[in-house]
Design a protein around this ligand. Structure first.
Ligand SMILES: C[S@@+](CC[C@H](N)C(=O)[O-])C[C@H]1O[C@@H](n2cnc3c(N)ncnc32)[C@H](O)[C@@H]1O
Length: 281
């Protein structure tokens, strides 16, 4: 297994994703420059439950205006746009793949958010930031791609200010572990899939110096991410027909179906957690 297999999965595909997104917006007769970030809502939050999950997660983490947030594995930048627009956060998106970072930068510019979101190249295992740089670190749909969880968690801990929080919304090994059905949204096979159980993830996080404040798995985690949507939260948007994750993953529906089957078989489950870094420096 090559160390980089999981990352290669995301790095492979159309290098220039912008025309694909702009064509889809134009087909839907939506503006492209400037564009309305709400039109991207079904595309740019690259994890289960979309923007509803991001909103639920950062509310549970108590995100306040002006706080410095790092989104590790930022994809094409949907969560960072949500945090900058709706929570007044100073957001940084760390994304290793050139093609996702390039698309995120242009979507930020066309959304009028380029001056409120910084994009940085790098990897979760070795963050290019000084100690104590952030108040909140986000991990969403990142863990399956990162084999070295101790390094991921140690780096999140290092870049957080004392008392800062790590908010995670991830897929973990479920109560009835077994071979997974692929392809999944994060990979084509086991070489690209590095799952831990919720208990293992918590033990690793505690070993890195975190204390869990919120720790929800399975149905409880799902229910928490549904809350904003069910409450008709004004921060949510439906997006636009044809401007969805199928643009990034043409076989998206098959991958989502396999995800649902693995969750139904309890081989994997959702984890939603908020962990606090110790207050001492
Ligand atoms: C499913 S996407 C999630 C994107 C974003 N967090 C979101 O929820 O919209 C996973 C992202 O993690 C990135 N990634 C994969 N391996 C990584 C690593 N070792 N360090 C940082 N990011 C990584 C991928 O390039 C991809 O953009």
């Amino acid at each position: 297994m090559r160390e980089n297999d999981a990352l290669t999965y995301y790095a492979t595909g159309d290098d220039d994703l912008l025309p694909i997104v702009l064509d889809a917006l134009a087909t839907a007769r939506r503006p492209t420059d400037p564009l309305d970030p709400d039109d991207l809502a079904a595309l740019d939050e690259f994890h289960g439950r979309g923007r509803s999950a991001t909103v639920a997660l950062v509310r549970l983490a108590g995100l306040r205006e002006g706080e410095r947030v790092l989104d590790v594995g930022a994809g094409i930048g949907g969560p960072t746009r949500t945090l900058a627009r709706h929570f007044g956060a100073a957001a940084v998106g760390l994304e290793p793949t050139d093609r996702f970072r390039a698309l995120a930068a242009e979507l930020n510019r066309r959304s009028g958010l380029a001056d409120r979101i910084e994009l940085v190249a790098g990897r979760a295992e070795q963050l290019p930031f000084d100690d104590g740089s952030f108040d909140l670190v986000l991990n969403q749909a990142l863990w399956p791609s990162v084999a070295d969880k101790p390094a991921l968690l140690a780096e999140a801990h290092r870049v957080l200010a004392p008392g800062g929080r790590l908010a995670v919304f991830e897929i973990v090994v479920g109560p009835e572990p077994g071979p997974l059905g692929f392809p999944l949204p994060w990979g084509d096979g086991p070489a690209e899939s590095h799952l831990v159980s919720a208990a293992e993830g918590r033990a690793l996080a505690e070993a890195a110096g975190f204390q869990a404040e919120t720790w929800l798995t399975g149905l409880e985690a799902l229910t928490a991410t549904l809350d904003p949507a069910e409450a008709g939260d004004p921060l949510l948007a439906e997006g636009v027909a044809g401007v969805d994750l199928g643009l990034l993953m043409p076989d998206h529906e098959a991958r989502m179906a396999a995800l649902g089957e693995n969750i139904g078989g309890r081989r994997i489950e959702l984890l939603l957690g908020v962990l606090r870094r110790s207050p001492a420096a």
